[in-house]
Design a protein around this ligand. Structure first.
Ligand code: UFG
Length: 340
């Protein structure tokens, strides 16, 4: 089956391409390389033995998007990753986020209708829950007002998909990611943050390797056992595998509803200090960090109720926090070698 992976050169996209190829699917990527490097295609080739077909253009261009679908009439399903994802940048430049994330999605949905492509897997986020009243949070928890334009694009996207599906012809699965970290075991692909990382894991590995002087831990006065904020970190390869299962569920017409939504997490919450401890243990080094004030917009704690994904998708995240931090570290070291 031929699957279109938008944003397939990016972090989660590239790991998903590898897992799709491993499961025997043919992949075509569309990416604009705004946050990724074309060399990733060679790395995918090295891992899987197959260099995926890739077209470079921006999906916010409706004419190009339609042209692409006109030339690829054999696509059976789409996994749509291509989107901007930096929370802080979205606050500084909201229209960049609304334009790119929403218009790309609408162009894809219109093209799906026009060219008869029925199946969509959409990258959503646990950010839609804000700070949930009940933990672990399940898929029925109320959606809370988004903390950022980025988060709002995920909420609005889910609504756009839901409304579009009502008039038939398209099925979709939205996957609400918790905190994806780590890298492929080959250390050939991983997260490539451009500039100063916003997220915890790349900041930790960049500090350990000497690119950053010190990690700031944002707040130790939360109502949690050690005072630092808690998240549900999930290994990117576990996450990638869920995408293969989701797209196959639709291809094999196993969906129970036209629009299904699943949490993708491990179900375990870890604090910032627990992540640091895991990292120090696996890389056998002390990390230079200091406690600073809270970061605006951060929730205190969030972790997933994974029962629905476990039962319905038959999927379960299996990799431990230590495996996540070790793979992130191996990836950072591999990157450092390449730069030398
Ligand atoms: N943190 C630090 N220091 C840093 C970076 C992060 O202490 O330098 C802390 C944060 O305050 C937070 C935790 O580490 O407590 C995780 O932060 P990340 O930035 O790695 O992840 P977030 O949970 O803030 O954000 C992630 C995704 C977003 C998504 C959001 C939903 O990156 O795309 O989850 O909660 F919207």
């Amino acid at each position: 089956m031929k699957i279109l992976v938008t944003g397939g050169v990016g972090y989660i996209g590239s790991h998903t391409v590898v897992e799709l190829q491993k499961s025997g699917h043919e992949v075509v990527i569309v990416d604009n390389l705004s946050n990724s490097k074309i060399e990733v295609l060679n790395q995918i080739h090295q891992i899987s033995g197959i260099k995926p077909e890739c077209e470079i253009f921006n999906l916010d261009d409706r004419a190009k998007t339609f042209e692409f679908f006109k030339n690829h009439t054999d696509i059976q399903g789409i996994i749509h990753f291509a989107a901007f994802k930096a929370v802080g940048e979205s606050v500084a430049n909201p229209l960049k986020y609304y334009r790119n994330n929403l218009i790309s999605l609408m162009n894809i949905l219109e093209a799906m209708k026009e060219f008869g492509v029925p199946n969509l897997v959409f990258s959503s986020s646990c950010t839609v829950y804000g700070q949930p009243d009940e933990l672990p949070v399940n898929e029925q928890a109320p959606i809370q007002k988004a903390m950022s334009p980025y988060g709002n694009t995920k909420q609005i996207s889910e609504e756009i998909i839901s409304d579009t599906i009502l008039n038939g012809g398209i099925k979709a699965i939205a996957l609400r990611y918790f905190n994806p970290i780590g890298a492929h075991e080959s250390a050939l692909i991983g997260e490539l943050p451009l500039g100063v990382p916003n997220n915890l894991m790349p900041f930790i590995t960049q500090t350990a390797i000497g690119i950053r002087a010190q990690l700031s831990v944002f707040g130790n006065d939360y109502n949690t056992p050690d005072g630092t904020a808690i998240r549900d970190y999930i290994h990117v390869v576990d996450l990638a595998k869920a995408h293969v299962i989701a797209v196959e569920r639709m291809l094999h017409k196993k969906s129970k509803k036209d629009f299904e939504i699943f949490n993708l997490g491990t179900g375990n919450g870890f604090s910032v200090l627990e992540v640091i401890n895991s990292f120090e243990k696996t890389c056998k080094a002390k990390l230079n960090y200091k406690i600073v004030g809270r970061r605006a917009g951060d929730v205190e704690q969030v972790y997933a109720d994974t029962k629905f994904a476990n039962d319905e998708l038959g999927w379960k995240a299996i990799k431990s926090l230590d495996e996540m931090t070790l793979s992130a570290w191996n990836w950072e070291k591999a990157l450092a070698k390449k730069i030398k």
